[in-house]
Design a protein around this ligand. Structure first.
Ligand code: AP5
Length: 229
């Protein structure tokens, strides 16, 4: 059996991590772990932790490392990724990157940075809408967008509370301060790639698929199983 591959998608808010992670997961049979989605699910449940998490997310700040790290670790060791996992939104600071390195052994980790200009990020985030019923993501600025209802289930589309102008600015500030150093962390290790995320969804997806195919091929002769510390 080949060992699982962990693909880490790095990039600022609005870079297209969620969009690309979804496409890659379907095309390559990887499991998609979005920490933003896991946290939003916690908020939706309305638990005490969920209420606290909701306040932090709406302010554009980072949720405590232990909470997010534990969610990711549990999901990876559950073993539901047939070929591996795509991490979207984790790690988000150096402490989380070091945690992941400690937790995973005998696993090929591939980090891909999606580089996107700031003007483009703000445009994408302010135009983003989601379907509260099926979770499909849309963008008002994409030519394929028609109206403000979901093409899959007809529900009225909504805007994420953290996609307001003020919170977008704070998320970008937090990204520059806390997440950008993570790029250097992975750039100094094996299996680091960078792609131009300013292009259309399919063009970016093509580059990412080439990277995934290459890494899965290189990894296919390895024998060691996934282990967690
Ligand atoms: P999270 O949900 O992870 O948000 P984010 O990282 O800020 O990223 P986004 O979801 O905003 O953007 P994306 O890169 O996924 O872009 P998308 O594909 O949607 O996190 C939210 C919050 O949760 C954080 O602020 C924090 O509070 C907390 N959190 C999460 N993880 C955490 C962690 N590890 N530690 C601590 N706290 C954590 O695309 C955006 C829009 O652009 C969409 O409308 C899409 O249709 C469009 N689009 C995508 N690609 C293209 C393209 N190529 N061209 C044109 N439009 C495009």
């Amino acid at each position: 059996m080949s060992q699982p591959t962990i693909i880490i998608l790095l990039g600022p808010p609005g870079a297209g991590k969620g969009t690309q992670a979804g496409l890659l997961a379907r095309r390559h049979r990887f499991a998609h772990i979005s920490t933003g989605d896991l946290l939003r699910e916690e908020v939706r449940k309305g638990t005490r932790v969920g209420r606290k998490v909701g306040e932090i997310m709406e302010a554009g700040e980072l949720v405590p490392d232990e909470l997010v790290g534990d969610m990711v670790r549990k999901r990876i060791v559950s073993g539901d990724g047939e070929k591996g996992y795509i991490l979207d939104g984790f790690p988000r600071n150096l402490a989380q990157a070091r945690y992941l390195e400690r937790v995973l052994q005998h696993v090929t980790v591939v980090a891909v940075n999606m580089d996107v200009d700031e003007e483009q990020l703000v445009r994408r985030l302010s135009g983003r809408r989601y379907c509260p019923n099926c979770g499909k993501i849309y963008n008002l600025h994409l030519s394929s967008q028609e109206g403000e209802s979901c093409s899959a289930c007809g529900a009225e589309l909504r805007q994420r509370p953290d996609d307001s102008e003020e919170v977008i600015a704070e998320r970008l500030r937090v990204y520059r301060e806390q997440t950008e150093p993570v790029i250097e962390f992975y750039a100094s290790r094996r299996n680091y790639f960078s792609v131009d995320g300013n292009r259309g969804v399919e063009e970016v997806a093509g580059d990412l698929s080439t990277i995934v195919n290459q890494m899965v091929r290189e990894n296919s002769s390895a024998e060691a199983p996934l282990r967690s510390r």
